[in-house]
Every structure is written in structure tokens, then in C-alpha cells.
Design a protein around this ligand. Structure first.
Ligand code: PLP
Length: 426
């Protein structure tokens, strides 16, 4: 479009003119009969192929300690994989449990253990409380919220700033309400905001007084090493910071290789203070006789070392960075200066956070869908799918090939402009 000033500055006639041109562009878009999907943060086929040597591993069936990985046992996972990821996650190997293929499963298990048994520092199981509430930084990961909703846990949305969740607001909430038992944090390249929590915010959250003695931070570091630029965010060493603040048991960290090796067949990790790890294994012994150690050994041999993981992430970056650049380029070309959209320029992770004109996100998603471009439902990044301003859209450019990202995003930008013009002209 040749309009470059805020749409609200246009005369009614100019706005009608812009609206007419957006309608024409949209009709042309529909004519193309596209079928494109920007919904989920999945690795592309090219990214998965980077790890295909896994299919020929492991060599042999014993690890460095002589453990026969084919057999039962070793509930906390193989030593070498724990050491490798302890190094990467800034924790100690004995603070790490290497589990199955999904960190989300480990989060769910942890939550259920808290509900049924109580955490290490609980007076009673959370499930015996009248109400259980969680702080939910928004926009956030939809599956965190649906997990809580499935257990009837109340969600309190709190905004995320450039340096992480609003710690002042959170501290004020948890100080007086013992029903608030926990919170989610995606500390590095958050889904979908792309923000990384600062040392200061993290320090506040692990030190703040909480009315609940057993307040837990579910520290989901799913994108710890998923850099898109040379400016690599360093994850806060949260277990040490919490221990130094006198609350060693507050954070429980999760991570996985889902977006490093294979999304469906990676290795997941939980890391926490010694007492939390013992608590987790004590309950988990009734659920498993040991994790998939064959898969853990494959990963040990594939990466070789923590540095091997970092090197591997550079290959992902080469594939992903152009797609994120394409998202920014398409939005900039169509919407820069119009005052109807802002979007993140993430330096890592899997998402671009797009905020459109208030009250138009659902319309944009519906328009895109009609034109064959599937976006994550508006509001998905909020508890119960409810975005009070109906403005937030999560864009996930990782899965389609670059040319499809370019096509889809040009289309999305058209929908954003059209929905905004409709609203302003109404
Ligand atoms: N945590 C976050 C923040 C995610 O975005 C995702 C996947 O999109 C997951 C966890 C899922 O992790 P896993 O594959 O280890 O279950």
C-alpha cells in the first residue's frame, strides 16, 4: 500500500480509498486458492533432517558406565545426558532428571503430584485446597493454560514486559493470597512474546514473599538455546538464584530437545533443587521402571558434548532466521507507520507476536482462514482463549518452507490492514 501515515490521520475519503484497495487486494488473495498453515511451532522437515543420523544410532547398547540401555532401570536417566544438559542449563547434574520425549508431560506429572500429594513444602495436597490459582503471564503458551483449566485451577493473567513478567504486579498478588500456588514462566524467548526474563525480574520472583509456603515457579525453558542471532540470550541460573534467596524449592525447571533433535522423539529434562528431585522420583517410581535409555544414548552419541548441542543449534538458526526475517519484511512492507499493528522481532524461539488494532484479531484470523491461510485462533495465548483486547495473534513461521512463509505473511498483512480499515471506517 502507498499509505504510510497512521490510518487514524486519514480523512474519511482517504480511509475509504485505503479500505477499497485493501478489499481488492484481499479479493485477489482469495482468488489464489492458497492452503497455508502458520499455526504451530513445529520444526520443518529440513530441521528434522538435521538429526537424521539418530536413526542409525545408538552404536552398541551400553553407555560409558556400562549400563545396558535396553533394560529397565535408571529412573533419573543416563549420567552423560544429564551432565550434557546440566552444562547447557546452568545446573548441576544431580539436579537433573532426564525423562521421556516430552517436557510437557513432566510439567503435567509435576502438577498432578502437587495436586494429589502436595509439593515438598506443602501443608496438604493442593487438591484439598478450596481453590488453587496460578499466575499466568500473558500472552503465554496455550498448553500451559489448557493444562491448568483441565484441573479447574484458576488463572490470573499478568502482563509480560520487555524484561519478563510484571514482577511488581505478581509480588503484590502472591503476598496476600495463599491460594496462589504457582506461576508459569518461559524464561528465554518466550512463547509467543519472544521476551527473555532479566536477572532482576528473576531474582524478584524467587525472593518475593508468598502467602503460600509452597509457591512454585514452573520455569519452562523450552527455548533455552534457540537463538536466531549472534546476540544469544543467556538463561538466568535460576536454581542458584533461588537457593541464594532462601527459596531453593520454588523453581522447577523444564526443557527438552523437541526443537533440537526430533519434536516427537527427543529427550525431556526436569531440573530442581535436591529435595524437589527426590520428591519427584519418590512419586514417579510408581509410574515408571525407567525412561527410554536407548533414545538417551542415541542423543549422547549424536551430540557428543554440550558444545555439540550448541553447534547443532546454529544449523537450525540458518534455516529459521530467514523465515523470521520474511515475517518482519512482509509486515513492514504493508503496515509500517499505519499505527494498526505492532510485532515482535524475536532474537530466538519459535514465534512472532503480532498485536493488531484492538478488537480486530478475530476478524483478521477469520479473513485469513477464508483466504486459505490458517493462523492460531485469536486469543489462544490467553487463559480460556480470552484476549480481553482481541488484538493478539501468534505467528509460527518455522514449519512452512520460506516461499510459503513469504506468501502467507503478505496475505496476513493484507488481512490486518483490511480489518483495521473496516473497523475505523465503521
Ligand atoms: N513449552 C513451551 C513453551 C513450548 O512452546 C512447547 C512446544 O511448543 C513445549 C513446552 C512442548 O515441549 P515438549 O515437546 O518437550 O513437550
Amino acid at each position: 500500500s502507498d499509505v504510510t501515515q497512521p490510518l487514524t490521520d486519514l480523512t474519511p475519503a482517504e480511509l475509504q480509498d485505503y479500505l477499497g484497495r485493501q478489499r481488492a487486494a484481499y479479493d485477489a488473495l482469495k482468488e489464489r486458492g492458497l492452503t497455508l498453515d502458520l499455526t504451530r511451532g513445529k520444526p520443518s522437515a529440513a530441521q528434522l533432517a538435521l538429526a537424521d543420523r539418530l536413526l542409525d544410532l545408538p552404536e552398541g547398547f551400553k553407555d560409558a558406565d556400562g549400563v545396558d540401555v535396553r533394560n529397565y532401570g535408571g529412573l533419573n536417566g543416563l549420567r552423560e545426558i544429564r551432565e550434557m544438559f546440566a552444562d547447557l542449563l546452568w545446573v548441576e547434574p544431580d539436579q537433573v532428571i532426564a525423562g521421556g520425549n516430552s517436557s510437557l508431560t513432566m510439567m503435567h506429572d509435576t502438577l498432578v503430584m502437587c495436586l494429589l500429594h502436595g509439593a515438598v513444602d506443602s501443608e496438604r495436597p493442593w487438591g484439598r485446597e478450596e481453590t488453587v490459582k496460578f499466575i499466568c503471564p500473558v500472552p503465554g503458551y496455550d498448553r500451559h493454560f489448557t493444562m491448568l483449566a483441565s484441573y479447574g485451577i484458576e488463572m490470573i493473567p499478568v502482563p509480560i514486559n520487555a524484561d519478563g513478567p510484571d514482577a511488581t504486579a505478581i509480588a503484590a498478588l502472591v503476598k496476600d493470597d495463599p491460594a496462589i500456588k504457582g506461576m508459569w514462566i518461559v524464561p528465554t524467548y518466550a512463547n509467543p512474546s519472544g521476551t527473555t526474563i532479566s536477572e532482576d525480574v528473576a531474582a524478584t520472583l524467587v525472593a518475593m514473599p508468598t502467602a503460600a509456603p509452597d509457591f512454585k515457579i514452573f520455569w519452562d525453558n523450552a527455548y533455552a538455546f534457540h537463538h536466531l542471532t549472534e546476540d544469544e540470550a543467556k538463561s538466568v541460573d535460576i536454581l542458584s538464584v533461588a537457593a541464594a534467596a532462601g527459596n531453593p524449592n520454588r523453581p522447577i525447571m523444564f526443557a527438552s530437545t523437541s526443537k533440537i533433535s526430533y519434536a516427537g522423539s527427543g529427550v525431556a529434562f526436569l531440573a530442581a533443587a535436591k529435595d524437589n528431585v527426590a520428591w519427584w522420583l519418590r512419586h514417579y517410581q510408581y509410574a515408571s521402571i525407567g525412561p527410554d535409555k536407548v533414545n538417551q544414548l542415541r542423543h549422547i552419541q549424536f551430540f557428543g558434548s554440550a558444545q555439540g548441542v550448541r553447534d547443532h543449534m546454529l544449523k537450525h538458526r540458518e534455516i529459521l532466521a530467514p523465515k523470521f526475517a520474511a515475517v518482519d519484511a512482509a509486515l513492514t512492507a504493508a503496515l509500517d507507520g499505519l499505527g494498526v499493528a505492532t510485532w515482535s522481532k524475536p532474537t530466538g524461539g519459535y514465534f512472532v507476536n503480532l498485536d493488531v488494532l484492538d478488537g480486530t484479531a478475530s476478524r483478521v484470523v477469520a479473513l485469513a482462514k477464508e483466504a486459505g491461510i490458517v493462523l492460531t485462533p485469536a486469543g489462544a495465548s490467553f487463559p480460556h482463549g480470552h484476549d480481553p483486547r482481541d488484538r493478539n495473534i501468534r505467528l509460527a513461521p518455522s514449519f512452512p518452507v520460506l516461499a510459503d512463509v513469504e506468501t502467507a505473511m503478505a496475505g496476513v498483512a493484507t488481512c490486518v490492514g483490511l480489518a483495521a480499515a473496516e473497523k475505523l471506517a465503521a
